[in-house]
Write a protein that binds this ligand. Structure first.
Ligand code: 5AD
Ligand code: FES
Length: 338
């Protein structure tokens, strides 16, 4: 459909008229599938322990300046209860790759949530696991899985991760998750160190091949205690262009206006929605641990209660003519026909 040259052109153009053309094309496609609706997901960041050591990430295992925390099963359930009271129909459990949370523990937590909330969507975002592990979580009642591929280019991947981490394995996880029957989210950072326009082209081609149900795209933002502390953050406009291009290539995908986008620009999430995004993920984590889940510096909403974020997002969205929807918001291919 789109040639490499066309995509590369739009990946890089800074021409205001061309960008507006791209954003409005993305808005139109999004409107065709979702109208003005914006789906809300409640994000629960339940552990900031991580055995990995990604060079960009603030909670990398070797960062000694992080105060580590884990929520208990009961604390996680309490977040879900708060989320349910606020109207959320999707809970997203995200954490570092924390060995304490064995498969048995994850299965137990998913079962507990599933028992109390039979109709809610449960999304996991806990990294690379074996097929057997993914199957066990699915059996327990998890429906969706977020695992950003981070970059689809092998050399670039190597520059952002320690040797033990392999892009091929990460990609394999995504295909396995799809096979099992999860709604799957891939995604990448924009403006990460050593990224070239060609890398971003590969990201788009990878998304076309995988056809994930969801795609999370946010700017890289340096974190002071990481090896990438002194690199520049990703650009707002390039991130918005990547959101829009992703909407063009995956017309009915669920695409969040990410917290990272809201962090680099006060209206970043709104601009994301105007560039083709249709999901927001306000935070449900207990206020006491918010600041500790610091993947990058200056993260927004770390001082706000769950209820405040819910209201704040609703106001922001309505202000731009969008309609907040507290529904499960499954991918259209999975919605039951009435
Ligand atoms: N800047 C922006 N995004 C980051 N992530 C991790 N570290 C950073 C950073 N420094 C993103 C990764 C990961 C997601 C949970 O957060 O893409 O998949
Ligand atoms: Fe969290 Fe606005 S969304 S305070």
């Amino acid at each position: 459909m789109y040639s490499d040259a066309e995509l590369l052109h739009f990946i890089t153009t800074e021409d205001p008229a061309e960008m507006e053309e791209l954003f409005s094309a993305a808005r139109e496609i999004r409107a065709g599938h979702y109208g003005k609706d914006v789906y809300f997901r409640g994000l629960i960041e339940f552990t900031n322990y991580c055995k990995n050591d990604c060079f960009y990430c603030g909670i990398r295992g070797s960062n000694k300046n992080v105060k580590r925390y884990r929520l208990s099963a009961e604390e996680i359930l309490n977040c879900c209860r708060m989320g349910d009271l606020l109207g959320y129909k999707t809970f997203v459990l995200q954490g570092g790759e924390d060995p304490y949370f064995t498969d048995d523990r994850i299965v137990e937590i998913v079962q507990l949530i599933r028992k109390e909330y039979p109709d809610h969507a449960i999304t996991l975002s806990i990294g690379e696991k074996s097929r057997q592990s993914y199957e066990a979580y699915f059996e327990a009642g998890a429906n969706r899985y977020l695992l950003r591929h981070e970059t689809a280019n092998d050399d670039h991947y190597k520059k952002m991760h320690p040797e033990a981490m392999k892009l091929s394995e990460r990609k394999e996880c995504l295909y396995i998750l799809k096979e099992i029957g999860y709604q799957v989210g891939a995604g990448f950072m924009v403006g990460s160190p050593f990224q070239t326009p060609e890398c971003l082209l590969e990201d788009l081609r990878f998304l076309e091949d995988l056809k994930p149900h969801m795609a999370g795209i946010g700017p890289f933002i340096p974190q002071a205690d990481t090896p990438f502390a002194h690199f520049r953050q990703g650009s707002l406009n390039q991130t918005l262009r990547m959101v829009a291009l992703t909407r063009l290539l995956l017309p009915d995908a669920l695409i969040p206006a990410t917290t990272a986008l809201g962090t680099i620009d006060p209206k970043g999430r709104e601009k994301g929605l105007l560039s083709g995004a249709n999901v927001v993920m306000p935070n449900l984590s207990p206020k006491a641990v918010r600041k500790l889940y610091a993947l990058y510096d200056n993260k927004i909403c770390t001082g706000d209660e769950a209820a405040e974020c819910r209201l704040c997002m609703e106001g922001r969205i309505r202000g731009y003519g969008f309609e907040p929807k507290m529904v499960r918001g499954d991918h259209p291919s999975l919605q039951l026909v009435a």
